[in-house]
Design a protein around this ligand. Structure first.
Ligand code: GLN
Length: 289
């Protein structure tokens, strides 16, 4: 533990932001590496304590900030921590940093499954850090969940995240591509969720370097039109879903209409494209027959 005076700390912070970057990233760095939360930080501004405890010294904290400024590496990969909903998740370059827009999936699902005592089986295809599957398993202790991923490293991270965030045992982890590891669950799934790679090839090339140079390509790129993986998931879903089972897929900002069409073509009903908090048709949801 390191103690610095609040005067030293705020001068240090001022110096860092003069070098570049944005306040949000700097606050995240101070939180995830320095151990001083955003809330504590804003309280300090109102009611200045003379001394501030930090997990690492200011020089080391500054060297992380410099690394971020020079290479554009996301703060989450520097600290190995990402906050998502009320979860603190371990992340590495093997998994996508879970995005705020994806948080809404949990609310959407709770509006579709109002009976909290109902016992269902859900699957999160391509779980990455485990964000969606862990949040669903925690919010619904009666549900049985399965999280799959093609990357074994990602699955290990997801499993650690589940153990670190809960003492429940209602989530299992299976290794493989999309539905492949679920051969024993044909016609047994009540709800399938996926945030698959959906970025079109040309868009991928133009992504900011903090994404393109650091986040896993196989978690972002969805082929030429971005729909390769979404097509595969929708196409095979009918073999795995129960009758009236739900499928929810996150898609790119302009893919809603096309994904809806795919759902309908594969005999889904009640198909809707739901908006994220920026008003973008981000989630396509439907029931199998
Ligand atoms: N929303 C992510 C991004 O814009 C993409 C996630 C994905 O491809 N599933 O970087």
């Amino acid at each position: 533990m390191y103690i610095v005076s609040s005067e030293t700390f705020f001068l240090w912070k001022q110096k860092q932001i003069m070098k570049g970057g944005d306040d949000k990233s700097l606050n995240l760095l101070i939180d995830s590496l320095g151990g001083l939360s955003k809330k504590e930080l804003s309280l300090l501004k109102i009611k200045s304590e003379k001394w501030i405890p930090l997990k690492i010294n200011l020089e080391l904290l500054e060297s992380f900030w410099d690394k971020h400024l020079i290479s554009s590496i996301p703060i989450q990969y520097l600290s190995g921590i990402s906050y998502w909903r009320d979860l603190k998740l371990e992340v590495s370059k093997k998994v996508l940093i879970p995005r705020p827009e994806t948080e809404l999936i949990i609310e959407i699902i709770s509006t579709k499954f109002k009976n909290k005592r109902e016992k269902i089986t859900f699957v999160d295809l391509g779980t990455g850090s485990g964000a969606i599957s862990i949040a669903l398993a925690l919010a619904n202790p009666k549900w049985d969940g399965i999280a799959t991923d093609i990357d074994k490293n990602a699955l290990e991270i997801a499993l650690r995240n589940f153990t670190a965030n809960s003492n429940q045992s209602n989530l299992k982890f299976y290794h493989g591509n999309w539905w492949d590891p679920l051969k024993d669950f044909k016609s047994k799934i009540d709800l399938a969720v996926a945030n698959p790679p959906y970025i079109p090839e040309n868009t991928y090339k133009e992504l900011p370097i903090e994404v393109k140079n650091f986040e896993p390509k196989n978690a972002l790129l969805g082929g030429e039109d971005g729909l390769d993986h979404i097509k595969e998931i929708v196409q095979y879903a009918p073999s795995y879903l129960k009758e009236k089972g739900w499928l929810l897929i996150e898609n790119h900002f302009d893919q809603g209409a096309k994904v809806k069409e795919l759902f309908i073509k594969n005999r889904f009903t009640d198909v809707e494209v739901l908006k994220d908090l920026s008003g973008i048709g981000r989630f396509t949801i439907g029931r199998y027959k």
